[in-house]
Design a protein around this ligand. Structure first.
Ligand SMILES: [Mn+2]
Length: 237
C-alpha cells in the first residue's frame, strides 16, 4: 500500500492530491489512501508535501538509520520545519544515524557552523570543503568521487537497514516540483542513486517529499515522480 499525506501549505496539499491521482492513473497504486500527520498508518511507502512530515513517519517506523536524498541538509536547529526536521530527528533520538546525499545547500563548513553535525554524514552533489581542527577537508561528493564511493561510505556508517527519504528538490530546477530552490541532479542521476541504494541496503520503507502543485504544469516533474516512485515500489513487490 501507499499512504498519501497532504501536509504543509496549500501548494503542498494540492500537489500531493494531484500526485495521488497521477499515480493511480498510471496504475502504480491501487487505491488512494490519505492520512494526516496525527494518524500515520504503518506502511512501506509514503508520498508527502512538506518534508517535515518525515519526522512523524520516522516516529512511527523507528528505523535506526536513514538516508535523505535532498538538495538541502535540513540540519538547521532554530525551530522545527522543513529545513530542520532531520536535526530534530537526531536530537530527539528518533533515529540514531543519518546520511544526506546530493546536498548543495546548508552544508556545514566549519566546526562552529550553526547546524546539527552529530551522527550525520553529508555527501554533497558537488565538491565542497569544511574546516576540521584548522585544516580544510573535502567532503566525499557525487561529482568527484561518484555514486559507488558515496554509497560505500554511507553503508559503513549506517549499516544495511535504512529508511529512505527523497526530497524531490534534489533534482535540478527544470523539473519544477518543489516550492524552494532545487539542486543539481538529473533524473538519470537520481534513478542511478536509487538503484545503488536498492542494491546495497535493505530499505524498510521510503517517502517521496516536498511535492507541490507546480508539478501539475511540469512534464519533467511528473515523469520524475512516476519513475522514482515505481523504482522504489518494486522493492516491496
Ligand atoms: Mn528536505
Amino acid at each position: 500500500m501507499t499512504v498519501f499525506i497532504p501536509n504543509g501549505e496549500e501548494p503542498n496539499q494540492e500537489g500531493v492530491r494531484y500526485v495521488a491521482k497521477l499515480l493511480k492513473r498510471e496504475g502504480l497504486v491501487r487505491d488512494i489512501n490519505f492520512a494526516t500527520l496525527d494518524e500515520i498508518p504503518l506502511d512501506n511507502s509514503y508520498v508527502l508535501g512538506d518534508h517535515s512530515g518525515t519526522y512523524f513517519i520516522l516516529k512511527k517506523i523507528r528505523p535506526k538509520a536513514m538516508i535523505s536524498l535532498d538538495a538541502h541538509t535540513d540540519l538547521m536547529q532554530d525551530y522545527f520545519d522543513h529545513a530542520s526536521w532531520l536535526a530534530y530527528a537526531l536530537k530527539d533520538n528518533v533515529i540514531e544515524r543519518a546520511s544526506v546525499i546530493g546536498a548543495v545547500l546548508m552544508i556545514p563548513t566549519t566546526s562552529g557552523t550553526k547546524l546539527w553535525t552529530r551522527r550525520v554524514k553529508i555527501f554533497p552533489a558537488l565538491p565542497r570543503t569544511r574546516k576540521v581542527r584548522g585544516k580544510w577537508k573535502a567532503y566525499i561528493n557525487l561529482k568527484q568521487h561518484g555514486v559507488k564511493a558515496v554509497i560505500k561510505e554511507a553503508k559503513e556508517f549506517l549499516g544495511k537497514e535504512i529508511y529512505l527519504s527523497i526530497d524531490l528538490d534534489i533534482l535540478s530546477p527544470e523539473y519544477r516540483i518543489a516550492r524552494f530552490q532545487h539542486g543539481e541532479l538529473t533524473l538519470k542521476e537520481l534513478l542511478d542513486l536509487i538503484d545503488k541504494i536498492k542494491e546495497n541496503f535493505d530499505i524498510i520503507a521510503f517517502d517521496i517529499a516536498e511535492i507541490s502543485y507546480r508539478v501539475a504544469k511540469s512534464k519533467y516533474g511528473r515523469r520524475a515522480i512516476i519513475e522514482a516512485f515505481s523504482s522504489l515500489k518494486e522493492v516491496f513487490e
